[in-house]
Design a binder for this molecule. Structure first.
Ligand code: URA
Length: 215
């Protein structure tokens, strides 16, 4: 895949509301409280897109006026898996739209020297193989930790996996789509490149620090 060519599994949600809110988040002068609120609002919009093709069924109901075959979601509730810690920011907005979703957590940190993922926590529903799974991780940078997390979910039985990130670098999109060609990637934007420290350029800085005010 050429650097500028995107895989078919990439969905860039470039809705005007998403892009406006993302620009506010990128601004280094935006305070943590506003940053968190914007992330919550964008994640609700991303959740709307990533659930667009969920399977449906019909059930007979009675409205006050007539009977009808009404459309409902089919199958078990989906699972949202947050890659700690920054994934929790995306999780909250997703839960506003999907309040009955089951929730999994994967604790990973990036070794600052090798940039490779190190796992410290893994807890997901035992029947994950029977549910659609949405992995949330705001920043798809090298793609190392995200590709690792998806592989762990597949080991645990997950079959229908989708990834939602706020921002992606071409390097991360390439890495995840090569390792997991079955996993569609939903993002608000694909930025230019990664810098020498593994940060997305222009990006928004460290999403966890911006969210939690830890810097
Ligand atoms: N993680 C972040 O929080 N920001 C980046 O730019 C890259 C990885």
């Amino acid at each position: 895949m050429a650097e500028t060519e995107h895989p078919r599994t990439l969905v860039v949600v470039d809705h005007p509301l998403v892009l406006h809110k993302l620009s506010l988040m990128r601004d280094k002068n935006t305070p943590s409280a506003v940053f968190r609120q914007l992330l919550r609002e964008i994640s609700l919009l991303l959740a709307y897109e990533v659930t667009r093709d969920l399977p449906m069924t019909t059930q007979k109901i009675e409205t006050p006026v007539a009977g009808m075959d009404a459309p409902f979601l089919k199958g078990k509730k989906l699972v949202i898996v947050s890659i700690l810690r920054a994934g929790n920011g995306l999780l909250e907005g997703m839960l506003d739209l999907l309040p009955s979703a089951r929730i999994g957590h994967i604790g990973l940190y990036r070794d600052p020297v090798t940039l490779k993922p190190v796992e410290y926590y893994f807890k997901v529903p035992s029947d994950i193989g029977e549910r659609p799974v949405i992995v949330v991780d705001p920043m798809l940078a090298t793609g190392n930790s995200t590709a690792y997390a998806i592989a762990r979910l597949k080991e645990a039985g997950a079959k229908d996996v989708r990834l939602v990130c706020l921002l992606a670098a071409p390097e991360g999109v390439k890495r995840v789509s090569e390792e997991h060609p079955d996993v569609p990637i939903y993002t608000a934007a694909v930025d230019s490149h990664l810098n020498d420290h593994g940060y997305i350029v222009p990006g928004l800085g460290d999403a966890g620090d911006r969210m939690f005010g830890t810097k």
